[in-house]
Design a protein around this ligand. Sequence first.
Ligand code: UD1
Length: 357
Amino acid sequence: MKIISVAGARPNFMKIAPLMEAFRKTPGCQPLLVHTGQHYDERMSDLFFRQLGIPQPDVNLGIGSGSHAVQTAEVMKSFEPVVLEHKPDAVLVVGDVNSTIACGLVAVKLGITLVHVEAGLRSNDRTMPEEINRLLTDAISDLLFCTEQSGVDNLRREGVADEKIFLVGNVMIDTLLKNRAKADQSKILGDLGLQPRSYAVLTLHRPSNVDNPAIFGRLLDALEVVQRDLPIIFPIHPRTRKNIPAMGLADRVAAMKNLRMIDPAGYLDFLKLTADAKVVLTDSGGIQEETTILKVPCITMRENTERPITAEVGSNQLVGTDPKKILEAYRRVADGALREPQIPPLWDGHAAERIAE
Ligand code: UD1
């Protein structure tokens, strides 16, 4: 069985790694890897391949950045000849980025079985580009693998047949558990002069937060207060780095002496940073899950989450972008007023094996 797996952007790489490994170990399975090149530089891509031992892609489409339409169209145009040449039995896509829907569409139009890993997640917010990618990819997939029960429920509600849906757990957590010990050797805390549990980690890259100066400014209102309490380590996404000066926020950010911007961190350094943080503030999807398994308090600065289990049983507080709410959540962390978080079912490090099976 020949399977083309697709990886495009940073959050895909930690999901693809355990799948490629599981497929390689499966008798009769011939895995191929296609990198669309949506993310392309050392810190957003290459470093992850090396650290996670992902095999060199068989094909790199080299798409790069662009508007949503351009990016999606370029991936489709370049992926179609690859599928025609290799004639796979299945195409597997992960997550919710533009590469996910682009390659999914190409596959089904050529009559190839489409597999979606991390299916069924819904923020119910159609202004979010990823939500459109999730809805459309799930609508055309033949096999849908879910990380949590809400994903299964959403797919059933949308009319997906039961026999296509499988609750298997979370491949990103496979990668986290596998790399935990290695990440512990990271020197990042020493390099930054930090002690465990005495700093916060911040990530921000959602267009709804960082493309809007009013909302970005409100987040800074809250962060200004937090950084008076403890250092905030801010590995900065390229989109956010460009937007800070473009929105006239550079002086405000520079004035926050305890807000420490660093380059996007590699997988192992970032895992070490989050595992030892007192609190993580984020608008990422994946980090809500990673902090859940690490049992590190997470404050999610979004109005909704497609990963509700992280707030229902995990360490996540979903608070929106109102500074008052962000600071209330921060107080609960500082006061130790959170309940003991639980690990979601099947987040046990074996999701990729279940999928391969
Ligand atoms: C994409 C995904 C998002 C995911 C995020 C993680 C979509 C719709 N969005 O958003 O779901 O959470 O990745 O990072 O697919 N850039 C670089 N180097 C790179 C890649 C990008 O400098 O290697 C720059 C681009 O030039 C662009 C900006 O980062 O200006 C945004 O990149 P893009 O791929 O358009 O979307 P993300 O915001 O990263």
